[in-house]
Design a protein around this ligand. Structure first.
Ligand code: ZN
Length: 293
């Protein structure tokens, strides 16, 4: 029996025994999300009217995560699943819907035109190169795209829990204003610095953020893999001439290659976590780190 079929067997058994009590121990309805920043969005809109279950645990990459059996069984209590378009969802959500017919999957990436992950500039003319799954899934790191996600989340919450629709809509309006002021704060910080340099990051999670604020992301990872020795040489050359003084790593990936590059070119290594739970504060911290480059 493969690990996936074992997990499914456990889910089926759990589904038999958990009945249909779709609420948390304190009686609040449960909704599920894939990653921690989405909990931030749902919490802003639903406040304490729902309890949010996050699937990808701290320290785990959003791209290699596989659900644990106890997490899958805990979904028996959830009535909504807010997907965001990352890898594990493709394999798991369809099976889950079969096991838990009450679980309505809401695709919060709907209405968002995804971009390709650009080939790193130091690779030269390889215009056909795209990374990971081809399209960049990191839509939660652009405040403008989070507004679209918030609208989708609000509509789904209103449909699922119509008694609280007025509160959800009011909270959503406040969240939109918060995002507006976050965008203004980020723009003001960038405006203080004339001529922003490209920023170098191990895993290219910040493409939509870069696009929104007119920055250039340069990834170390190529198509989701560590760079070859040859590519590493090109990175050294580029980083020296491209005025790179900081290399960003994320806690869920090894920082070894970033450390080697930083050492070689005399740059510092800083952490930028695409999965941080305090989404707004995290974007501001990242902005401040970029301005200080
Ligand atoms: Zn990623």
């Amino acid at each position: 029996m493969t690990s996936k079929s074992l997990v499914l067997a456990i889910i089926l058994l759990a589904a038999l025994f958990t009945g249909c009590d779709r609420s948390s121990p304190d009686g609040v309805p449960v909704v599920a999300v894939s990653i921690a920043p989405q909990k931030y969005f749902v919490d802003k809109i639903a406040r304490n009217l729902v309890s949010v279950l996050v699937m990808v645990p701290p320290g785990v990459s959003e791209h290699t995560y596989e659900p644990r059996p106890h997490q899958m069984t805990s979904l028996s209590r959830a009535s909504l699943y807010f997907s965001i378009g990352i890898e594990f969802e493709h394999a798991w959500l369809e099976r889950l819907s079969g096991t838990y017919p009450q679980l309505r999957v809401v695709h919060t990436d709907s209405g968002i035109a995804k971009r390709s992950i650009e080939a790193p500039i130091y690779i030269g003319d390889r215009s056909g190169v795209v990374g990971e799954e081809g399209l960049d899934p990191h839509i939660w790191l652009s405040p403008e795209l989070v507004k679209t996600q918030a609208t989708t989340i609000t509509a789904a919450l209103c449909t699922a829990f119509p008694l609280h629709a007025t509160e959800f809509r009011a909270n959503d309006s406040l969240f939109m204003l918060e995002i507006d002021s976050l965008q203004n704060e980020i723009k003001t910080l960038f405006a203080q610095k004339n001529g922003l340099c490209p920023f170098m990051v191990f895993h290219p999670a910040w493409g939509y953020f870069a696009h929104e604020f007119g920055l250039r992301q340069v990834a170390i990872e190529v198509e989701g893999k560590e760079p070859s020795a040859h590519t590493l040489g090109s990175i050294f050359d580029y980083a020296r001439t491209g005025h790179i003084s900081t290399i960003f790593v994320q806690p869920q990936f090894s920082r070894q290659t970033a450390e080697i590059i930083a050492h070689e070119i005399g740059a510092r290594v800083a952490v930028a976590d695409p999965l941080a739970a305090d989404w707004a504060a995290n974007l501001l911290t990242f902005t401040k780190n970029l301005v200080q480059q």
